[in-house]
Design a protein around this ligand. Structure first.
Ligand code: NAD
Length: 483
């Protein structure tokens, strides 16, 4: 299968925070891969803009190192040099006037103009304002903003209002890189491109849904930020919420930005407040071999959660009675992100009680090894009567799509190309983000009011025992966290 690469229009992309961690690890290597694939036109220009004083040559050296270190692909040295010719740098002060005129001088007329805000959210307003006042941006320019988009409803509203003073909603691209993952888009293709699943995609046939984003990494190295956030703000409000929306939403009339985002918004608005019996917070503890969460964040009394598991109800006709179980955490047993749709048992077993229970499961793996597995029940081969066994129908993209599947763009590079194309489908709209905070805030406030202390769990485990108990009480079981 040959992948089709359609070059985008010529563009100028300015990366504010071009010397930062995110730019070096994700944005610049991703752009290089798009360059190698032929998607970036000859005339494309990438301009790093950040606080450090540096010339073009210095920035190119930094980009070269970043591409080599963070996986620019197996491209030849020659390709890298050609890519670097399109890269330049301007030192700008987001809070002052230094560098803005020079940056403007580097931009060229008649091409797509995009500004990536890969800086702390506190600088979004300053940069947006200067883009307008120095005349760098016009009504066709696009701005890309990174997470975290606020820390609660109030701050998200303030951020939206700040951006709205300078840019129209159609110009604002709020990144949630989970939406750029191949499998997440495939989820929509599977749901809305096939007749097979959609008729069963409701409370009548689906027993429950599990969404797990498990990480093995702990918070060491970024404890300062993480401790002000926690799993609820850092993962649930954005990534898990977006996955839930795509699973639960009604079919949009068209695969178009506002049609898709309208349906996602309806899901968020249909979420019930979470009962505190149905939510478990955890924090990884120290053991003989390693420090725990509190040592990593440098606060022996921290009550921030590094794990959260909860039962969420989507109160609408489609989903009433089918719970969604969400779970995410740091320092867990394996790095694994998965959505699992667990169907109900057949209403009557013609094979008798000894055949046991056999529910179909559609498991959608986001990482590692993006792909899908459908567990179906068949007869165990061989003589000896009718014994049933569950086997997976496995669709690993890497295998099914052949060698080209390895070239599936990473989430960031796909999303940046969508910005250039002007396609907002996979970006969060302001009202979606606010609705997600409106649902998240009372949960966090409830913890604060009750003085809730997270349950300790062992690093490298499945999280606190209480999370397993929560499902057990409802006659269900979490799926195994495995890589
Ligand atoms: P970083 O601290 O590594 O880099 C910050 C960048 O901002 C630097 O290039 C710095 O020069 C620039 N900067 C700071 N103050 C400035 C000023 N006054 N004027 C001009 N430039 C200034 O940060 P990062 O980790 O790259 O994160 C950037 C953004 O991306 C943040 O909003 C962060 O929350 C978000 N984010 C980062 C990651 C990640 O993996 N690093 C993941 C998701 C989201």
């Amino acid at each position: 299968m040959v992948s089709r690469v359609i070059p985008v229009d010529p563009f100028d992309l300015v990366i504010f925070g071009g010397t930062g961690d995110l730019a070096r690890r994700k944005i610049l290597p991703g752009l290089f891969r798009r360059f190698c694939s032929g998607q970036m036109p000859e005339e494309a220009q990438i301009i790093g803009a950040a606080r450090s004083e540096m010339d073009d040559a210095g920035f190119r050296d930094m980009v070269r190192e970043a591409v080599v270190e963070f996986g620019g692909g197996q491209a030849a040295e020659e390709m890298l040099e050609q890519f670097l010719e399109r890269v330049s740098y301007e030192a700008v002060d987001a809070k002052g006037s230094g560098g803005w005129e020079a940056l403007k001088g580097r931009l060229r007329a008649g091409r797509v103009r995009a500004f990536y805000f890969s800086v702390a959210p506190a600088l979004f307003g300053d940069i947006a304002e200067r883009l307008r006042s120095f005349g760098l941006a016009d009504d066709d320019s696009r701005v890309v903003v990174e997470k975290p988009f606020g820390k609660d409803l109030e701050s998200a509203r303030a951020l939206n209002a700040t951006l709205a003073r300078h840019f129209d909603e159609t110009q604002i691209y709020r990144i949630d890189h989970y939406l750029g993952k191949e499998t997440v888009q495939n989820l929509m293709a599977v749901r809305f491109g096939n007749m097979l699943f959609e008729p069963l995609w409701n409370a009548q046939y689906v027993d429950h849904i599990q969404i797990t984003v498990a990480e093995t990494v702990d918070v060491s190295g970024r404890g300062g930020y993480y401790d002000t956030s926690g799993a609820m703000r850092d993962m649930v409000q954005n990534h898990l919420m977006q996955l839930l929306c795509l699973i639960a939403m009604e079919p949009p009339a068209r695969f178009e930005p506002d049609a898709v985002r309208d349906e996602k918004l309806k899901v968020i608005r249909a979420l019930d407040p979470v009962d505190w019996h149905h939510i478990v917070r955890g924090q990884y503890a120290a053991d003989d071999n390693q420090p725990g969460y509190r040592a990593h964040v440098g606060d022996p009394r921290s009550t921030t959660e590094s794990f959260v598991a909860m039962k969420v109800n989507v109160s609408n006709w489609r989903w009433a009675g089918t719970p969604f179980y969400l779970r995410t955490g740091k320092a867990l047993k394996a790095r694994s992100s998965e959505i699992a749709v667990i169907f109900k048992d057949a209403p009557h077993s013609i094979f008798g009680p000894e055949a046991g229970k056999h529910a179909n499961v559609l498991a959608i793996r986001l990482q590692p090894n993006e792909g899908m597995t459908l567990k179906v029940t068949i007869k165990e081969p061989g003589p000896g009567g009718m014994r049933l066994v569950d086997v997976p129908l496995d669709m690993s993209f890497a295998e099914a799509l052949g060698p080209d599947a390895e070239e599936v763009p990473d989430a960031y590079e796909r999303l940046i190309m969508d910005v250039i194309r002007g396609n907002q489908t996979l970006f969060m709209r302001g009202d979606e983000v606010e609705a997600a905070w409106a649902w998240t805030d009372p949960i966090i406030e409830g913890w604060q009011q009750r003085g809730d202390v997270p349950k300790p769990y062992e690093a490298g485990s499945n999280g606190p025992e209480d999370a397993a108990m929560m499902l057990h009480r409802q006659g269900r079981k979490w799926r195994e966290i495995k890589a």
